[in-house]
Design a binder for this molecule. Structure first.
Ligand code: PLP
Length: 387
C-alpha cells in the first residue's frame, strides 16, 4: 500500500484513519461537520465572499473526502459524484461529438451499455478492444486520432489486468487521454496517476465506503486543466453530486478502508487458491494467482494485494454455478461489491446479451469475515451440486 503523500507526510493508513488530519476550525471537532445548506449569502458588494453560491455545484461536506482521495491518488484535484456511474458518464459527456474513445471489452456492464447508447446519440466513435493485450490498444490507436482511452483494471467480472503504464505511454504518443476505473484496485493497491494516467475513477459505493450503505462516485485528476474544468462544470450543471449526509458517511467508511481492503485481499487470495484445486472448478479468475494471465502485470502495478474480487467457473456449467449461489448461507446473493459482507452473483444473469461473461461463472466479492467460514460455506454448497 502506498506510503507518504505530498500534502500529508504520513502513510495511507494514517491519512485514512485521520481523514487527512483536519480539525473543524469553527468548533475543534475531530469529525468534519455536515453542511446541509443549499444556498450561500451574497455580500453587500454583490460578490460571494465564501466563494460558494448554490449547493448543486458543490458543498463543503465533500471537501474532506475529496482531500483524502486527492492525497491517496496523488492528483491535483478530486471530485465526489452522486454515483460511480455519474462520475464515469461525466468524463464521456465532457468529450465533443466526433471524438474517438477506445474502451475495454471487459468492463462494468452498465457503463458499457450506457456508452454504446450515448456514443451513438452524441456522435462519439467507440472502439472496444481487449486492453489486457497492449498490442490491441496499439493497433487501435494507430487506426486514427483518439481522444480518450478508458481502462478498467482489474476488469469486472473477468478480472483481466491492463498495463496502465504501458498504455498511458502509448496514448500520450498519440495525444490521447487515459482514464482508469480503479474501483476494484482501490486507491490503496494501485495509483493510476502515478503510472501515467490522466484521470482515475472510483465507484465510491464499493471499497471506499465499504458498508453497502452509500451510493457515490469519485474522480481524481493528474492535472487541473481545461478538460477537468469542463468535468467540474458538468457536475454542477447536472447536479451529479451526493447528498451531504452520504458524503459524511462515505468519509467515515474511508477511515477504515486500509483494514477492510487488506482483509478482503487476504480472503480473496486464500479462497482463490483453495477453490482452484477443487474437482468441480474449471477455472478461478484472480490476478493474485501465479498462473493467472494478468499476474505479471498485476504484480508490477498492484501493491499490497490483488483485490478482493474473484470469479469462479464450474465444470458443470450454469446449473452448478446457480446451484452454488442458491445454497450458500454466509455469502449473500446480491449484486455490488467491496462491502464488509461477502457477496456472490451469477453475473451472466444480470449482464444479459452481449456480455463477455460465461454462464458457468460466479462472481465473488470477498468481505472481511473469517476466511475458513467463507470457504466452508462455498464447499458445502458445492457438495450438493448436480453432477
Ligand atoms: N465501476 C465498477 C467497476 C463497478 O463495479 C460499478 C458498480 O458496480 C460501477 C463502476 C458503477 O458504480 P455505481 O454503482 O456507484 O454507480
Amino acid at each position: 500500500m502506498s506510503d507518504s503523500h505530498d500534502s500529508f507526510p504520513f502513510s495511507a493508513a494514517t491519512l485514512l484513519a485521520q481523514a487527512h488530519g483536519a480539525i473543524d476550525p469553527a468548533t475543534d471537532a475531530v469529525v468534519p461537520p455536515i453542511h446541509v445548506a443549499t444556498t450561500y449569502l451574497r455580500g453587500a458588494d454583490n460578490s460571494y465572499p465564501s466563494g460558494r453560491v448554490y449547493s448543486r455545484a458543490d458543498n463543503p461536506t465533500y471537501l474532506p473526502a475529496e482531500q483524502v482521495l486527492k492525497a491517496l491518488e496523488q492528483g491535483e484535484d478530486a471530485l465526489l459524484f452522486a454515483s460511480g456511474m455519474a462520475a464515469a458518464c461525466t468524463v464521456f459527456q465532457a468529450l465533443a461529438p466526433g471524438d474517438r474513445v477506445i474502451a475495454p471489452t471487459v468492463m462494468y456492464w452498465a457503463l458499457r451499455n450506457w456508452l454504446q447508447q450515448f456514443a451513438a446519440q452524441w456522435g462519439l466513435e467507440l472502439t472496444f478492444v481487449d486492453t489486457s493485450d497492449v498490442n490491441q490498444v496499439k493497433a487501435a490507436l494507430a487506426q486514427g486520432p483518439t481522444r480518450l482511452v478508458w481502462l478498467e483494471t482489474p476488469g469486472n467480472p473477468l478480472w483481466t489486468v491492463s498495463d496502465i503504464a504501458e498504455i498511458s505511454q502509448l496514448a500520450k504518443q498519440h495525444g490521447a487521454l487515459v482514464a482508469v476505473d480503479s474501483t476494484c484496485a482501490t486507491p490503496l493497491l494501485t495509483q493510476p496517476l502515478k503510472l501515467g494516467a490522466d484521470i482515475v475513477m472510483h465507484s465510491a459505493t464499493k471499497y471506499l465506503n465499504g458498508h453497502s450503505d452509500v451510493i457515490s462516485g469519485a474522480l481524481v485528476t493528474a492535472k487541473n486543466d481545461a478538460f477537468w474544468q469542463q468535468i467540474r462544470t458538468l457536475r454542477g450543471q447536472l447536479g451529479a453530486v451526493p447528498s451531504p449526509h452520504d458524503a459524511a458517511q462515505l468519509l467515515r467508511g474511508m477511515r477504515t478502508m486500509h483494514l477492510r481492503v487488506r482483509e478482503a485481499c487476504n480472503n480473496a487470495l486464500y479462497i482463490a487458491d483453495r477453490l482452484q484445486r477443487h474437482r468441480a472448478v474449471k477455472q478461478v479468475l484472480y490476478p493474485g494467482l501465479p498462473d493467472d494471465s494478468g499476474h505479471a502485470v498485476a504484480k508490477k502495478q498492484m501493491h499490497g494485494g490483488f483485490g478482493g474480487m474473484l470469479s469462479v467457473r464450474f465444470r458443470g456449467g450454469a446449473k452448478v454455478a446457480i446451484h452454488v449461489a442458491a445454497n450458500t448461507k454466509l455469502w449473500k446473493r446480491a449484486t455490488s461489491l467491496g462491502g464488509v459482507e461477502s457477496l456472490i452473483e451469477h453475473r451472466a444473469s444480470i449482464e444479459g446479451e452481449g456480455t463477455p461473461c460465461p454462464d458457468d461463472l460466479l462472481r465473488l466479492s470477498c468481505g472481511i469475515e473469517q476466511r475458513d467460514e467463507l470457504l466452508a460455506d462455498l464447499l458445502q454448497a458445492l457438495e450438493s451440486a448436480p453432477a
